[in-house]
Design a protein. Sequence first.
Lengths: 436, 224
Amino acid sequence: MRVLIYIQAIHSTRSDIKEIILAHSEAIQQNIAKNSVSYIETNIQKILDETHDKHLVIAFRDKNGDIIGNVQEWPVVSSKPGKYWIDFPVDPENYVSEEENIDDSTNIMANVVVYPKGRALLVGYDLKRLEIMKHALWMALVVNATLSFLAAFMLTFLIIFMLNRHMRKLNITCTEVMQGNNTHRVKLSGADDEFERLGKNLNSMLDRNAALLDAVKESTNALAHDMRTPLSRLRIRLQGIIAKPETPVHVQEDLAESVGQIDKLAEMFQNILSIAKAESLTQTDIFGSFDIVAIISDIVDFYGTFIEDKKQELETNIPEQEIIFRGDRQLIAQAILNLLDNAVKYTPKKGHITVSVEQTDDSIICTIADSGPGIPEEFREKVKERFFRMDESRSAEGTGLGMSLVDAVAKLHRGELRLEDNNPGLRAVFVLPLKK
Amino acid sequence: MRVLVIEDDKSHAEYIVNGLKEAGHNPDLAKDGMDGLHMAMEEKYDIIIADRMLPKLDGLAIIQALRTSNNKTPVLILSSLSNVEERIKGLKAGGDDYMTKPFSFAELLARIEALLRRNTIESEHTVLTAGELEMNLITREVKRAGKKISLQNREFRLLEFLMRRPNQVVTRTMLLEGVWDFHFNPATNLIDAQMSKLRHKVDKGFQKNIIQTIRGAGYKVSVE
């Protein structure tokens, strides 16, 4: 739009100037027609003085080629009699102007009337003024555009900044709560806008969330107590009978086996509770910092005996230096142990097991690969479910809880457990992000 | 030893008290928290076994009360809450050990002995000895009657734990917790497998077994 106005302005200015030129030219032509050529030769200065227009250019070329007037250069124009428009540059030396500082050459827009015998009348206009105006207008346009743009830019920035500030407040609360700081709430400013309402709603949801988590914690503890007490009593009773001297040996042995079953039940229950805790994200308040490489090395060392017994080949790629990790030490240890236990258990004698630990920019990756039967692709996700057993008769040792604990621990630490084909065997990839 | 048992569940109380008597200890029983605290304050006990969930005053509160009045009697907490949070809470409150139900009496006994004896050989010693068995903690060399025994890292750690508690029964759980810092139950038969190898390395060919298996309980390093 502005550009159009600019073009219009320039154009109309040129038209105006043309009119001025023509007006003067007509007047002089009439004079010449009335009086004769010599009229203009003597009166050109007077005419110039009378016009009071500093930018007007009048010149006359006689049949000899001499030029009188305030310009001493003649444009290249046809010699055929007629009227011509031309723009031509003029050297400051050849231009007598009343304008004070003409150092540069300027352009003259001229109307040339060519008479017979080579005589010609030139009435023109110094386009410098036009140039200056063009320039001024252009500057105005540029400045205006720049200012508008800047203003729009700043306004956009301001809006984005304000929006971000609101969003940030909400985001911080969400992040804090997700990391386990359950008491964090959005700070309300008392304003009456949608952000405030959003903040209030989020706070209500977080209150409800905290209440639910507390209820879960309560009932988990209550459940633990209520399930364990009768189990404990049962164990005590059986031990009591075993200890009695009148109990026959074979009965003692049978009862001892039953006690073993109770212990297995207790262990299974413990695992279920661990998984439930890991899933309910209430563990984050006891996260601590520890060297995760040390734990993995310990677990590998711990299993050394079984690996030796099964004559399995163990390959380790574990770094020498410590890597400090923030998380639940016991759960991580248990998860790694479950993975290694699986590998050792399911890999046949003389099989191959690899344990590697890799640190990337943002995470730690522990990979345990074996040369056992592996897990068929269709079961790789299911195996992470509680109590899932690939064997339908559920006859093998184990509870089906191992992988689901590992998965829960991975998720608790914002990581993941990937089960892949090791060709042959299983490759378990345990990824844990490192906090920034 | 004089032991105070604070337990409200009848079958547990009976079991523990009888077991302690049979083991040669001198147990007293309190059936609720308030009673328990009274008795603990009034009499001098060598050790207190307290259930976590008690009527009138719970186990943690008892310990806190004892510690505030400068009573340093070792307390073993017995609880059906097994998670790490609870364990840490119990130890922070001033408890000395923590066991979960269901439990084996042998385990309870072994841990009581550990608390009573408190004769863990401290770390300033650079050489541990048990009869003709010698362990140099700096060079990591182990010798029996002058002859070098080559041990895996895990075996060294297990033996060190046992040698720091001479003549004391050490259970598998104590080994898992003390040597590996595992407060969960991986296959404890792995400990058995490791101990079996260790015993073979230390005792084979010698008249006397320095490492002894205590049936139903655990292991111990026996020194005259």
